[in-house]
Write a protein that binds this ligand. Structure first.
Ligand code: GLA
Length: 391
């Protein structure tokens, strides 16, 4: 059934530098793509069947037929991310044929680095390539952002957008209404370090419920504050931030919302203002200012948004003590990874300190190369030359 043509597609993971838990509020974020990626070597098939084999033995082979309504595998099954991509495309293009695919990844799983969205994007590009169909880049970002909700997470659009649209050497500000990516070069003497907390943040498990709860709380807080301000209920967060100064919004929120909703709201609007400040600090190479914004973001995520974890807080503290200018949890939180900023020449010291003071006491010093790495701002997803090795 499979043709002999063999292609390879690569989709990188991402690290979000700042702008956490606000993409689903329509506020801008500032991520960059990583060198680590999901790669799929595939053959187009002549029927709709799709067969996936993962080089990682933890993930069993998965098969389904590409259609507009693909039955879900049980929650937590990795094959659902491939199904999400296939269904989203099938709803747009009739009669798509499937692929035989070999999947591999050097991205840490459930570590807040978007390994799952990288799989969605890689799968979509593979199916599109096999069928010789194209979707304009911004439209594809949007299609896959919505398409990934198939797995049950009410996610925003950051991950798919940066995975598809990243530029090497740059972080990108992503605006959502309308969707747009604006790159800023990462200064050559800045080094972002990514370190995993050793705590899995399974998007399909408890973290999903907590994540979805945050999206609902933000929505409710937004509606109540908008109403109190005499605005329409469907006023968006970007519109609220344009309508009134942050201090006034916080005051209104404090007088209108429950304690929990008020803190969720405070995270969203303050994080929303940190993103353009961080982008400006990066453009101006203001290392100290960027570091301070990372710290403020972490504090807000920990105290107001309550998505941190003691192991993330510990890593953040250790990174700062070791000389990082700032550090914060990255991704959805509840476990996963931190991102820390230091000068390039200081990176080995920070890495050594985290190895000795975080990983060694937890018996994980041996795997440290997998748990912690220096992040290289990389290019977005691409189909590589036919016949290229997936490795
Ligand atoms: C997950 C989601 C993103 C975003 C982050 C938190 O990665 O997929 O859309 O909401 O969490 O910033």
């Amino acid at each position: 059934m499979a043709s002999t043509d063999r292609y390879v597609v690569r989709a990188p993971g991402r690290v979000n530098l700042i702008g956490e838990h606000i993409d689903y509020c329509g506020l801008s974020v500032l991520p960059m793509a990583l060198r680590q990626s999901v790669r799929i070597a595939f053959h187009p098939r002549s029927d709709q069947e799709t067969r996936l084999v993962n080089r990682d033995p933890r993930f069993a082979p998965s098969a389904f037929a590409v259609s507009e309504g693909i039955l879900r595998a049980p929650a937590g099954d990795w094959g659902n991310y491939a199904r999400a991509a296939a269904q989203a495309l099938a709803q747009r293009f009739p009669d798509l044929r499937g692929i035989d695919a070999l999947v591999e990844s050097d991205l840490p799983i459930a570590a807040g680095l978007s390994s799952s969205s990288a799989l969605v994007v890689a799968m979509a590009l593979a199916i599109m390539h096999a069928n010789r169909v194209t979707v304009p880049s911004l439209e594809l970002m949007d299609l896959l952002g919505r398409g990934e909700r198939y797995v049950g997470t009410a996610g925003g659009g950051m991950d798919q957008a940066i995975i598809l649209g990243a530029q090497a050497g740059c972080a990108s500000r992503i605006d959502f209404h309308p969707l747009r990516l604006t790159p800023t070069a990462v200064p050559a003497d800045w080094q972002f370090i990514v370190a995993w907390s050793l705590v899995h943040a399974e998007k399909s498990g408890a973290a999903r419920q907590a994540y979805n709860e945050r999206t609902r709380q933000c929505d409710e807080a937004r509606r109540l504050v908008a109403t109190r301000l005499g605005q329409r209920q469907d006023t968006t967060y970007p519109a609220l931030l344009k309508a009134a100064p942050v201090e006034e919004l916080l005051q209104v929120a404090g007088a209108t919302l429950s304690d929990v909703l008020s803190r969720r709201f405070r995270h969203v609007v303050t994080e929303g203002t940190r993103v353009p400040q961080a982008e400006a600090a990066m453009a101006a190479r203001d290392f100290t200012a960027f570091g301070e914004l990372l710290d403020a973001s972490h504090q807000s995520l920990r105290d107001d948004y309550e998505v941190s974890h003691p192991e993330l807080d510990r890593l953040v503290g250790l990174a700062r003590e070791a000389g990082a200018a700032g550090a914060r949890l990255t991704g959805a939180g509840f476990g996963g990874s931190i991102v820390a900023l230091c000068r390039v020449e200081r990176a080995p010291e920070v890495v050594a300190a985290l190895r000795e003071r975080f990983y060694a006491p937890r018996g994980a010093a041996d795997g440290v190369g997998r748990h912690m790495f220096t992040a290289e701002p990389s290019a977005g997803a691409e189909v590589l030359t036919p016949g290229a090795s997936p490795g």
